[in-house]
Ligand binder design. Structure first.
Ligand code: PTJ
Length: 254
């Protein structure tokens, strides 16, 4: 049972924190995942804990890009498995993407717990578990370099939520289109991805599912038009302006 009173002014954020802590207790989240959550919370606070205009734009472009993909894939880590397992599976079904568990702080016990959670939430095929189809992605020193040859290795569009910087760079070098959710618009992943959704993944993922549903009725040409005009650097700058405006408003400086 939740200890967060519904009337608390920051109840939504505290419930997200609670989900992550529960995920840690269940063996899904790395200790470092708690720190990542703290960092994310700080940026979420600066963003006003809401989905801004720039994030909504990035979500639309991400949906179009995923619908255009030949072989999209979603990379799942501990934090995602704890925060939004149902939604990640719903998204994978909506855009016909595979799921692959890929951990930075590799740990077989945690991997098994993540797979169990995904299966309990309706996932059928989960890659990243078969040593026989594992290959190394060049340019990464961490455990994230081990990927499935039928998954991340051969995908054209890769969704990497809450990521560390090195892999995004390596995926780009391997010719892949990278979509990320990252509350920090200045992180290396945010700066390196093709499409960065600067929003809390727990808010943005439902919007991405809805947008993918909506855009699935469009033809390839219309989808391509949405993607072609997108400038990730410009979008990141707009997110930074949102932070600045939010801060000046709250501090009563403007
Ligand atoms: O489960 P593992 O072993 O694969 O490890 C996962 C973590 C997240 C621990 C690992 O990838 C890591 O250390 O990531 P970083 O380098 O801490 O980066 C995580 C990024 O996600 C930071 O920029 C945070 O601001 C951001 N972030 C944290 N929580 C959220 C978030 N972005 C969107 N939504 C969140 N809820």
């Amino acid at each position: 049972m939740s200890l967060i009173p519904k009337s608390h002014p920051r109840a939504k954020s505290l419930l997200i924190r609670e989900k992550l802590v529960n995920g840690f207790d269940k063996g899904l989240v790395a200790k470092e995942g708690l720190l990542a959550q703290g960092r994310g919370e700080a940026f979420d606070y600066l963003l006003g804990e809401k989905t801004g205009k720039a994030a909504k734009h990035a979500i639309k472009v991400a949906a179009a890009q995923l619908l255009l993909a030949d072989m999209p894939i979603i990379s799942v880590n501990g934090n995602i498995a704890a925060l939004c397992p149902k939604q990640i599976i719903r998204l994978s079904k909506q855009i016909k993407a595979k799921l692959e568990v890929n951990l930075f702080y590799t740990n077989e016990k945690r991997k098994k717990a993540i797979i169990k959670t995904l299966k309990n939430n309706g996932a059928r095929e989960i890659l990243g578990t078969n040593p026989a189809s594992s290959v190394k992605l060049p340019g990464i020193d961490s455990a994230r370099r081990i990927v499935d040859k039928n998954g991340i290795f051969s995908a054209d569009v890769v969704v990497v939520p809450l990521e560390d910087g090195d892999r995004t760079m390596a995926l780009r070098k391997a010719g892949k289109i990278v979509i990320t959710f990252d509350l920090n618009p200045l992180s290396r992943t945010s700066q390196t991805a093709n499409i960065t959704i600067v929003d809390n993944v727990t808010r943005a993922i439902d919007l991405l599912i809805n947008e993918s549903k909506k855009l699935s009725k469009k033809n390839q040409k219309s989808l391509q038009k949405i993607v072609t005009g997108f400038d990730n650097k410009k979008n990141l700058r707009e997110n930074i302006i949102q932070i600045k405006n939010n801060l000046t408003r709250r501090a009563g400086i403007a």
